[in-house]
Write a protein that binds this ligand. Sequence first.
Ligand SMILES: Nc1ncnc2c1ncn2[C@@H]1O[C@H](COP(=O)(O)OP(=O)(O)O)[C@@H](O)[C@H]1O
Ligand SMILES: [Mg+2]
Length: 352
Amino acid sequence: MTDIFKDILSAEESLFANEMALDFDYLPKEVPHREGQQHYLADCIKLLLAGRMGKNILITGEPGIGKTATIHWVLREMEEKGLDEQAKPIYINCWKKDTTHKIVMEMCNQLGYKWVQNRNTDELFREVANILNKKSAVIVLDEVDKLEDEQIIYELLDDLYRKCIFLITNYRKWLTELDARVRSRLVPESVEFKKYNLSETSDILRRRAKAAFVPGVWEDDALDIITEKTHELGDMRYGLFLLRETGNIAEKKASRKIKKEHAEAAIKKLGDFKLRKDADLDDDERHMMQVIKDNPGKTSTELHEIFKKKSNKAYRTFHRKLKALEDAGIVSIETDFTATGGHVSRVKLKKP
Ligand SMILES: Nc1ncnc2c1ncn2[C@@H]1O[C@H](COP(=O)(O)OP(=O)(O)O)[C@@H](O)[C@H]1O
Ligand SMILES: [Mg+2]
C-alpha cells in the first residue's frame, strides 16, 4: 500500500532552515549582480586609503534594487578587512534621522562620543569633525531625499577634509531640486542602479531561498513564477515576501514540497502586502491622507495650504511625500490644464 501520509510534514518539521535570511534588512554574504557598483565605490574609498581626497557620489535608482544592500556590503567588507581604522564608515538612514541635529547625534553615537548632554548641534558637529579629521571618513546618507533640511550636507562638505560622501536616493531629480547653495558645492559623480533583469532576479531569489530553506524543498516552477512576478514588479522586496509567504502556505498545508499552487496563492496575497505598507506611513503621510480624503479633487497647492496648518512642512517636502503616496498606489495625481495655459495637479485618494 502506498503511504498516503508520506508528503505530510510533521509538527516539529519545518521547510525553513533560517527564516531570518528573508528579512529585508538581512545582509546576505554576497550581493550578486552589483559587482560593478561595488568596485566603483571601493575605488572611491581606496583614494582615501592612499591618502588622497575622496569623491562624492550620488547613487540613484528605483526602490528595491539593492542600493542599500550594496552599500552595506561595501562597508562590511571595509570593516572585515580592518580598513575602517583608516577611513571611518558612517551610515545614516535619513528617513529615520531627518534633521541635522538627529544626524549629528547619530554620528556621535557611531563614533562612541558620549559627551552630548547640554551641547547644541553646532558644538557637537565640531566634535564630530575633530574626530573624523584625524583620519578620513566614508559617510553614507541613505534616502537622502527624506532630509528636512540640507544643512548637514553643506557642513560635511565644508568641514571634513578627507572624505567620501555617498548620497543615496530613489529620486533622480532630487539633486536638481536641491538648494542652490548646497548644489554649487556638491558636484557629485553619479552611479545609477538599473533594475535587475529576469535572469539576475532569478539568481538572487534562488540564492536567498537557498539561505532560508531546507535544501530541495522548492519545486522549480514555484520559484519560476515568483521570479516572474518579482521581475514584473521590479522590487526585490516583493520577491522576499513571496518566498516567505509561499513557504508559510506550503507549511500550513503540511506539504514537504513548495509547489507552484502555493506560490500562486502567495501572489494572490500580494495585494494585502501592498496594503500593509500603508500601516508603515509616517504621521505626516497619515495626516496628508486625511486632508486628501476630506478635500476631494483639490489641487496639490490647495492641499498643501490646508496641510500646513497642522504640520508646517515646505511645499517641496509635501510634494515629495505626495509622490511617494502615488508610488504606493494610495493616491492618484491628475494633471489639469488651466485656461491660462498653466497646469495644476489634482489629487484623489484611491483607496477608502
Ligand atoms: N543583489 C542582491 N542580492 C541579494 N539580495 C538583494 C540584492 N538586491 C537586493 N536585495 C534584497 O532586496 C531588498 C531590497 O534591496 P535594497 O538594497 O533595500 O533596495 P534599495 O535600497 O535599492 O531600495 C533587500 O532586502 C535586499 O537584501
Ligand atoms: Mg534603500
